[in-house]
Design a protein around this ligand. Structure first.
Ligand code: P1T
Length: 379
C-alpha cells in the first residue's frame, strides 16, 4: 500500500459496535472484565486505549515499522528510549539538535550515569573515533534543528552495528512522508508528533517505532511503567491530522523552496540553510535519503546581531513568532534565545547557530504572501 492510502486507512476500521467510520474517542480510564483477566484486550487506559492503539498502528505503518508506541510529548518518547539504558552506558549524539533533547540528555540523564558525546556526524571520521566499548546508542537528528545539516543514516547505522550499538533517528523535521529511517537500517525511529504528523499546532505528542520485538517490549514496558501516555482526545486529533500528511508535506516542500530561493537572493541575508540547494554541503545525502527537502529552513543576516534579528521577527505579520514547527501556519523563531537557549553560546556558535539566525517553519499558505511578508520585514 502506498503512503497516502496508509495515512488514511492504516490501523483504522469501522467501529465494530456502531459502524462509525472514524475511530471514536474512547474517553474512559478503565474497561469492564467478565472475570479477572478475562477482557476484550483492554484493561486500563495507561496500558492500552483503542483510540491510541489505532494511532500507534497507523504511525507504525507510515514508518514501515512493525511496532509503534505513542507518548505524551516528543521528549517523553525520547525519555522512554533513554530509560532502556543503564548507568555507564555511552551515547553518541549529533552536535546540532533540538535544545530540549540536549537538556534532557545533559541535565537529567548525565546525573543518572549516562555519558554523552555530541559530535559533527556529517564527518563520518569523527564518528569512528567516538566509539568506545561502552557505546550503546547513536542518536541522530536529520535534518538537524536548526542548522539543517543532513546526516547519512545508512553510514551511521553501519558503523553503529560494527560497534554493537543501536541507532535511533529523530525523524521529526523530515516526517515519515519524506524519510523512513527503518528502511535505511535504523533500529528505532522517533517523532515529535506535535509537528508535521499532527500538523495543526493543537497537540503535543511523541512516537517511538521499531521492527525489533525486544526493543518494542522494553519501550512498551516503560510506556506502561512510567505512564507518559497521550489521552484519547489527542490521539483522535492526530488521527484526523495524519490523513492529510502527504498532501500537506508536498505543499510545505513547494513553499519551502520558494521561500529559500527568495531569501538566498536577498541583500540583507548572509546564508540560507536549506538542504535543497545544490551547494548545501550535504545536498547529495539529502537527495539520496529524502523524498524531498521539506519546509524547514534557517537563515543568518549579514548584520549578525540579536537586535537585528529581533527587529525582523517583530515586523513579520503572516509568519507568527513562536516556538514549534510543522503546522499548516508559517512560524518564525530565534533559536539562540528560544528553542536552543539551553545550549551554551560557545557550543551554539561552533555549530553556526549565530545570534542573527532565524528559523522558519514554512506553512501551506500561498507562497506569494509569505515572500511579501519576509520582503517587508527585511527591508
Ligand atoms: O515538543 P515535543 O513534542 O516534546 O518534542 C520535542 C522535540 C523533539 N525533536 C525535535 C527535532 C524537536 O524539534 C522537538 C521540539 N521542537 C520544538 C518545540 C522546536 O520549536 O524546535
Amino acid at each position: 500500500m502506498k503512503f497516502g492510502t496508509k495515512a488514511i486507512h492504516a490501523g483504522q476500521h469501522p467501529d465494530p459496535t456502531t459502524g462509525a467510520v472514524m475511530t471514536p474517542i474512547y474517553q474512559t480510564s478503565t474497561f469492564a472484565q467478565e472475570s479477572p483477566g478475562k477482557h476484550k484486550g483492554f484493561e486500563y487506559a495507561r496500558t492500552q486505549n483503542p483510540t491510541r492503539s489505532a494511532l500507534e498502528a497507523n504511525l507504525a505503518a507510515l514508518e514501515n515499522a512493525k511496532f509503534g508506541r505513542c507518548f505524551g510529548s516528543g521528549l517523553a518518547a525520547t525519555d522512554s528510549i533513554l530509560k532502556t539504558l543503564k548507568p555507564g552506558d555511552e551515547i553518541i549524539s549529533t552536535n546540532d539538535l533540538y535544545g530540549g533533547t540536549f537538556r534532557l540528555f545533559t541535565k537529567v540523564y548525565e546525573q543518572y550515569g549516562l555519558k554523552f558525546q555530541f559530535i559533527n556526524m556529517t564527518d563520518a571520521s569523527m564518528l569512528t573515533e567516538a566509539f568506545t566499548p561502552n557505546t550503546r546508542l547513536v542518536w541522530i537528528e536529520t535534518p538537524t534543528n536548526p542548522m539543517m545539516n543532513i546526516i547519512d543514516i545508512e553510514t551511521v547505522v553501519k558503523m553503529a552495528k560494527q560497534h554493537g550499538a543501536i541507532t535511533v533517528v529523530d525523524n521529526t523535521f523530515a516526517s515519515p512522508y519524506l524519510q523512513n529511517p527503518i528502511d535505511l537500517g535504523a533500529d528505532v525511529v522517533m517523532h515529535s508528533v506535535t509537528k508535521y504528523i499532527s500538523g495543526h499546532s493543537d497537540v503535543v505528542m511523541g512516537f517511538v517505532g521499531t521492527n525489533n520485538p525486544a526493543i518494542d517490549e522494553q519501550i512498551g514496558f516503560i510506556q506502561n511503567a512510567s505512564g507518559a501516555v497521550p489521552g484519547p482526545q489527542d490521539c483522535f486529533l492526530v488521527l484526523r491530522g495524519v490523513k492529510t500528511l502527504h498532501v500537506r508535506m508536498d505543499r510545505h516542500c513547494y513553499n519551502g523552496e520558494q521561500v529559500a530561493r527568495f531569501l538566498k537572493s536577498h541583500d540583507a541575508v548572509d546564508k540560507v540553510y536549506w538542504p535543497g540547494f545544490d551547494d548545501h554541503p550535504n545536498h547529495a545525502i539529502a537527495k539520496k535519503q529524502m523524498k524531498n527537502f521539506g519546509g524547514m529552513l534557517s537563515f543568518a543576516l549579514k548584520e549578525d546581531s540579536q537586535s537585528k534579528a529581533f527587529s525582523v521577527l517583530e515586523k513579520l505579520k503572516v509568519f507568527t513568532l513562536a516556538e514549534s514547527l510543522g503546522g499548516v501556519e508559517s512560524l518564525a523563531g530565534h533559536p539562540a534565545s528560544m528553542t536552543h537557549a539551553s545550549i551554551p553560546r560557545e557550543q551554539r556558535l561552533a555549530g553556526g547557530l549565530t545570534d542573527s539566525l532565524i528559523r522558519l517553519s514554512v506553512g501551506i499558505e500561498d507562497h506569494e504572501d509569505l515572500i511579501a511578508d519576509l520582503h517587508e520585514a527585511l527591508s
